[in-house]
Design a protein around this ligand. Sequence first.
Ligand SMILES: Nc1ncnc2c1ncn2[C@@H]1O[C@H](COP(=O)(O)O)[C@@H](O)[C@H]1OP(=O)(O)O
Ligand SMILES: [Mg+2]
Ligand SMILES: [Mg+2]
Ligand SMILES: [Mg+2]
Length: 409
Amino acid sequence: MISPSRPDSPSSSSNWLRVLSRLVICSTLILALSVALKTRSRLSLLLPSFSSQHPAVMSYQQERYIAELAVQRACLLTQKVFFEKAKGTVSKDDKSPVTIGDFGAQALIIQAIRKNFPNDEIVGEEEASSLRADKDLSAEIWRLVKDIKLEDAESDKVLGGPLPSEESMLDIIDQGNSAGGPKGRIWALDPIDGTKGFLRGGQYAVCLGLIVDGDVKVGAIGTPNLPVDDNATINASTGAQQEGSSANGVLFSAVEGEGATSRPLSNGTLAPSKSISMRPVGNIAEAVFCEGVEAAHSAQGDNAAVAERLGITAPSVRLDSQAKYCSIARGAGDIYLRLPVKKDYQEKIWDHAAGDILVREAGGQVTDIYGNRLDFSKGRTLAANTGVVASPNALQDQVIAAVKAVLKL
Ligand SMILES: Nc1ncnc2c1ncn2[C@@H]1O[C@H](COP(=O)(O)O)[C@@H](O)[C@H]1OP(=O)(O)O
Ligand SMILES: [Mg+2]
Ligand SMILES: [Mg+2]
Ligand SMILES: [Mg+2]
């Protein structure tokens, strides 16, 4: 027969022990929870810098903001050069205006990256050795750079304010010397993309992309001479007819998984943005090509053969620079073809990084002529790719099939 247990029996004291140990576990859990909550609220106060090391927390919002603001400030410089010095110089065979704009814009943008993301690497198109050898040119660029600031003092401070000296400007230009590669955070910078367009008085772009572990995550492109109106007719010679006109000047940006936006360029804080997307095209024969102006940069005869194969009859929109990516991303044109002229030309990462994410986030695909995604992990060039084909998701397979047929791939 089993006797009933008494309060002082061994089984009753083990009950007490169990209750006590539960109490200890509960209070430890409560303590751990409160420490975690406090740490989280402290992190959220530090979020801008925290997110740069832990992108999942805030998906590159700070990077996008700095990229947009830095590109906007650099556009103040390029436009100053464009209106004061560049327009029409192509006929005089004087390339120095674009050189001034290139170096000046690269200095201003790298300064902003260094200030906000000091551990990141930068692949910039320009390097300062030729400038160190040309004291007059260096002094001229410094005179321009030192006076460029956003009208809003706070925004300007975020980018690091004015550079301290001409020497520091040269040093900073050289910090775009990263070899690129498959690991880490690498900014790809083209301070003026489409130098020919710039000199022609037409389209050019200031382009900045952030590549993380070989994939583009953030892009910002300033196109001072593109019309603000998405539906305005554009061609190679559409430019900023008048200095200070509010009809032209657009800032595009995109973050992976967050869509693409555009806003008018401004002199101070960022203007309100709107979301952009590629145009839905039901019948591919109704699509419009966006192509380069320079015959040396893409094979225009092959482009025409692809258009014919797809039944496209509308004339191509011809533009210099990554303004082509921007145009198709906002539905001002549908398909961007850059078919190779020379087999051995390797495209540069700064010529495509920002455009790649912009189009992908606007509902398109960007591949090479074989239909492979652009591979930004190979160093300073797209060594694994040949040519570029970009179009809305629904059309890409058809376009690639036509490209392969024309190029006999
Ligand atoms: N031989 C070439 N093939 C393809 N692209 C080139 C070639 N030479 C220069 N580029 C780059 O092509 C881009 C502009 O071409 P497009 O306007 O036809 O798209 C620019 O990035 C330009 O450099 P840069 O940045 O120095 O202007
Ligand atoms: Mg370029
Ligand atoms: Mg360039
Ligand atoms: Mg160049």
